[in-house]
Ligand binder design. Structure first.
Ligand SMILES: Cc1cc2nc3c(=O)[nH]c(=O)nc-3n(C[C@H](O)[C@H](O)[C@H](O)COP(=O)(O)OP(=O)(O)OC[C@H]3O[C@@H](n4cnc5c(N)ncnc54)[C@H](O)[C@@H]3O)c2cc1C
Length: 447
């Protein structure tokens, strides 16, 4: 009898789980079930369609129908899994016409993802207020922006800022409201975040920080928001206040949640129930610096965990060791990225840290097109072990963040990084690589 694998959800984690399971077990019956009509598309690309960098939302579909056929995967769209019964090893499903049935599994993988967090703000039900998660959300926002002159974005995380930039690129007057005191508040230290904010202000975006939105105003359609004593005009409001893991189905089946209230798994992505795995935005991960549970909620983490879950669910052996939450974005022409535990987070976890920040150039000084790049490195004070890298501007930020993420993961010290070898040619780099200069300064401060 072929092994029956059921996957709940068909996005980053789900599709990667299916693909990995298929590679491991050529004869397994693999079924993906999702509530959504469109599947296997990149949520990450939504802001860039809004900003006009990508022509159509359909261009975001990474896995077209042909993929499921080639991989021999059954795909049930617009179908909801309503119950998991671990005793009978079945799931109950209901399609968009109301038809219900029960499917049995040998292995089950839950990749139910996350849902936009709904902040407690009066007036969220008004026309012109949007959340941003699905292709349909993107299409609605895009349509609304055509007739709009002003937009307010609630939340200054990665998604909030990317959407703010997109609105600005469409010539709207844009304000971002954030209830914490700086932009990218969970990703950057204040000194770096201030620079990002300044860069965006120079491009015309207005910020209201450290104040929660009190009310969305307008009759049935939004025409502004009230924050503190101020009213900001808005024809469109986009709420980007983070996401909440979808755990209800798992919890009802007796699957344990962790400290973060997301599904708890071991490094094989196994839940506490036999033959049930979970991956992606609905699970908690281990932070590689602190060893503590965290919510990663990044596509990169989702695909890695999905792959591990898929291999194990198909009888193989694979592990996901944890994450540094390495991230990258591009806001206008500025690349910004980070990895590890920023200094302010280190303090929260009781890690005694020390940091150094340098500004350098990305090419030889005399070479046309050299751009300034700012790098902040944070290390554990006692050991000199690197724990965070944050970069703003320049070129090749992605690959520098990747290199520094490898360094943090391998517990490299500032001393080791300061002596690491890098390459050089005038059109593409400086003689002294900026990462090395940052490590040297950090080492001097440690000593
Ligand atoms: C605008 C935006 C930009 C982003 N940019 C980046 C980026 O640049 N880099 C990055 O790393 N990450 C980015 N992310 C995050 C990334 O998209 C997510 O981490 C990733 O989508 C998580 O994948 P997932 O498969 O775990 O969950 P999801 O993508 O949430 O998919 C889960 C699916 O399961 C379905 N489902 C849930 N419950 C059921 C049920 N009971 N029955 C059937 N189906 C169910 C849901 O409808 C959903 O379709 C971005 C996210 C957004 C919204």
């Amino acid at each position: 009898m072929p092994r029956k694998i059921i996957i709940i959800g068909a996005h980053a984690a789900g599709v990667d789980a299916a693909s990995a399971a298929r590679k491991k077990d050529r004869s397994a019956q693999i079924t993906l079930i999702t509530k959504e009509k469109k599947v296997g598309y990149s949520r990450c690309g939504l802001p860039f369609v809004l900003g006009g960098h990508i022509e159509s939302f359909d261009d975001l579909i990474v896995f077209p129908e042909s993929f499921y056929k080639i991989m021999k995967l059954s795909l049930l769209t617009e179908t909801t899994v309503t119950k998991i019964d671990p005793k009978t090893k079945t799931v109950d499903i209901k399609d968009n016409l109301g038809k219900q049935q029960s499917l049995s599994y040998d292995s089950l993988i839950i990749t139910a993802g996350a849902t936009p967090r709904v902040p407690k703000i009066l007036g969220l039900e008004k026309k012109g207020v949007y959340f941003v998660r699905t292709i349909e959300d993107g299409q609605k926002i895009s349509k609304a922006l055509k007739a709009a002159k002003s937009a307010v974005i609630i939340g200054s995380g990665l998604v909030g800022l990317e959407v703010a930039v997109a609105c600005c690129e469409r010539d709207l007057k844009v304000s971002v409201v954030e209830f914490l005191p700086c932009v990218l508040p969970f990703l950057l230290d204040n000194d770096m975040a201030d620079r990002v904010q300044k860069m965006l202000e120079e491009k015309g975006i207005t910020f209201v920080l450290a104040e929660p939105v009190e009310e969305i105003i307008g009759s049935d359609k939004v025409n502004g928001i009230r924050v503190g004593q101020r009213v900001l005009p808005a024809d469109v409001v986009v709420v980007a206040a983070g996401v909440t893991p979808n755990v209800e189905l798992a919890e009802n089946a007796g699957i344990l949640l962790g400290k973060t209230k997301a599904i708890k798994t071991n490094s094989k992505m196994q839940t506490n129930l036999p033959d049930i795995y979970a991956a992606g935005d609905c699970v908690e991960s281990v932070n590689l610096v602190t060893g503590e549970p965290i919510l990663s909620q990044l596509g990169t983490t989702a695909v890695r965990q999905g792959k591990v879950a898929g291999i194990n669910a198909a009888g193989g052996k694979s592990e996901f060791i944890g994450t540094l939450g390495s991230w990258i974005t591009q806001l206008f022409e500025t690349e910004i990225g980070g990895s590890g535990l920023p200094a302010f987070m280190a303090e929260k976890y009781g890690v005694n840290s020390i940091s150094a920040t340098i500004t350098s150039k990305t090419r030889a000084d005399y070479f046309p097109g050299a751009l300034p790049i700012r790098i902040k490195l944070v290390a554990e004070k006692q050991t000199g072990k690197l724990i965070s890298a944050q970069i703003i501007g320049g070129e090749e930020v992605t690959q520098r963040i990747n290199a520094l993420s490898f360094a943090i993961q391998k517990e490299m010290t500032a001393q080791e990084l300061a002596k690491a070898e890098t390459c050089y040619a005038p059109p593409v780099s400086e003689t002294w690589e900026p990462m090395i200069l940052a490590a040297e300064l950090l080492l001097r401060k440690i000593n």
